[in-house]
Design a protein around this ligand. Structure first.
Ligand code: ADP
Length: 528
């Protein structure tokens, strides 16, 4: 008779880990007990084990949905090294390899199968999967299902239909994004706890990063910010400076080079080749400092970064914490600092307006296109079209509105490589604006939410209490950080509260107070 191993024994024998990381054990137990689950952990928190381990304890195969094709192979290779039968099925495979894997899956040769969401477009694929005994359907990067999330992928919407075809197996959803709307959306769309299954368990853990000193420095202008960055780079050597715009990346990088601090610049305006070179140089350790926009992120796995500075205030706490969290992956003390100037908020507002065009902008653009397009295809760069649209100077908003009108089948656009512009044509028959399938209410709500997220970020910058606590509360993590020893506010409090003034300081304080008394408190601090 074989005795089933406990989760803890599976952890040791198969994965070679002695202990669970924070939160993992509760998740694993809930899954093994048959609950659907929503797991929210930051990147690097150990989410994969939360489905890989139950996959060994449960009868049947565990299907893992992941949009990150490049990472799938690594995950499968590492499982195979541990002698856990696993494979992946995605567009990187040729047809015959794909068929071989599907057949092996049907024969029950794998415990885990990683599948890209777009596979579920194929009816044949879903039919091949349907008769299998699926123990667990694990949806990684589950925020991609939500249009409120930052990375919506239409292919994820299909998953709920796939689940129906597969007989509604047990589901777990995993993500590092945790805003309440996104959470509700995931639970709703994947039907967690529905169809007669146990109520879903929601787990939030692992957001605390005790080795990061969080701070904020008010900066009057560019010179102050640059001086602070130079100070950090000299003292701490390795880190990333995040900027909101390409222009700022170029300026900061130029300044650092002028100060003889080697750095790489990284943003979406560079060629693929330039970006790869910059990334490789930084990852290899040939260069200690990267100055980048948020395009620099995915796949940055350099553990020894001692600082992350935000030259401009980011647009949300999620964005901030994900970027700041790249510091100190090796667990060593590291510093994260926002260089804050209220005027920079305008840049983020501009981005939000750009990503969420108002009804007025869409309507104005609609009329401009109707006029221009009635004579034939429109061949103008977006900036030129934007000049013709009343009520906005934001060409990014016009770009987003063009995308919406294209999705609503009012126009068709074709990218012309050589001239790097689009050819835009009206789609016949031309429909009136109010007959186009554009959900204006949803767009308005999304803009409001994006602004609300920015305001939370501003609150963080202005916050006088514990910054770790603020962030943990934001993510709904139950661990509290109140009274930490590693944020600027708590450090300052500890500094002033922990000791009595020295004799010399006492005399200075007495003199100052007596002076205030003698002038009847009529003068300010400077004068006194
Ligand atoms: P996520 O998917 O949340 O970003 P991963 O699943 O990739 O995180 O895990 C991050 C790292 O933590 C991996 O290197 C993994 O091997 C390691 N890890 C996971 N669980 C444990 C554990 N119980 N003990 C030690 N290391 C672990």
């Amino acid at each position: 008779m074989t005795v089933a191993l406990t989760p803890h024994q599976l952890l040791e024998t198969h994965f070679g880990f002695r202990e669970f990381l924070e939160g993992q054990e509760d998740v694993v137990n809930a899954i093994v007990e048959g609950h659907d689950a929503l797991v929210i952990m930051p990147t690097g928190g150990g989410k994969s084990l939360c489905y890989q381990l139950p996959a060994l304890a449960l009868e049947g195969i565990t299907v893992v949905i992941s949009p990150l094709i490049a990472l799938m192979k690594d995950q499968v290779d590492s499982l195979l090294e541990k002698k856990i039968p696993a494979t992946f099925i995605n567009s990187s495979l040729g047809q015959s390899e794909m068929n071989d894997r599907i057949e092996a899956m049907v024969r029950g040769e794998y415990r885990l199968v990683y599948i890209a969401p777009e596979r579920f477009k194929s009816e044949r694929f879903v039919q091949a999967l349907a008769p299998l005994s699926i123990a667990l359907f694990a949806v990684d990067e589950a925020h991609c299902i939500s249009q409120w999330g930052h990375d919506f992928r239409p292919d994820y919407i299909r998953l709920k239909w796939a689940l129906k075809d597969l007989g509604q197996p047990q589901v777990m959803a995993l993500t590092a994004t945790a805003t309440p709307e996104v959470r509700e959306d995931i639970i709703e769309q994947l039907g967690l706890g529905k169809f007669g299954r146990q109520p879903p368990s929601v787990f939030v853990s692992g957001f605390a990063r005790h080795n990061l000193t969080l701070g904020m420095t008010s900066s009057k202008g560019r010179a102050e910010k640059l001086a602070r960055i130079v100070e950090f780079a000299h003292q701490l050597k390795t880190g990333i400076v995040y900027c909101a715009t390409r222009k700022n990346v170029e300026k900061v990088a130029a300044h650092l080079k002028g100060e003889k601090i080697p750095c790489v610049a990284y943003h979406a305006g560079l060629t693929d080749d330039q970006r790869t070179k910059a990334q490789t140089k930084f990852m290899n350790g040939d260069c200690g400092v990267a100055v980048a926009t948020n395009a620099f992120g995915m796949g940055i796995d350099r553990a020894d970064l001692r600082f992350v500075i935000h030259y401009d205030i980011p647009g949300s706490i999620e964005a901030y914490y994900q970027e700041a969290g790249r510091a100190g992956r090796d667990g060593e003390p590291s510093r994260c600092e926002v260089l804050y100037n209220y005027a920079d908020v305008r840049t983020q507002e501009f981005f939000i307006e750009g990503a969420n065009p108002s009804r007025e902008v869409i309507a104005n653009l609609y009329h401009v296109l109707r006029r221009l397009g009635s004579h034939g295809p429109i061949e103008m760069p977006i900036a030129e079209i934007a000049e013709l649209v009343p009520a906005t100077k934001n060409s990014m908003a016009v770009g987003s509105a063009l995308y919406l009108l294209e999705r609503a089948s009012f126009i068709q656009r074709e990218y012309r490589q050589g001239s790097r512009t689009y050819t835009t044509r009206l789609v016949e028959p031309i429909k009136p604006l109010d007959e186009l399938p554009i959900d204006f209410e949803r767009l308005d709500k999304k803009r409001e939410r994006d602004f609300a997220k920015l305001h939370r970020m501003i609150e963080y910058a202005d916050h006088h209490g514990c910054r770790h606590h603020f962030i943990l509360q934001y993510f709904g993590d139950t661990e509290t950080g109140e009274g930490c020893t590693v944020c600027d506010n708590c450090l300052a409090k500890a500094d002033s509260a922990a000791r009595f003034p020295t004799d010399e300081e006492t005399v200075a304080i007495q003199k100052a107070l007596s002076c205030v008394a003698r002038v009847d408190g009529r003068f300010g601090r400077g004068r006194i």
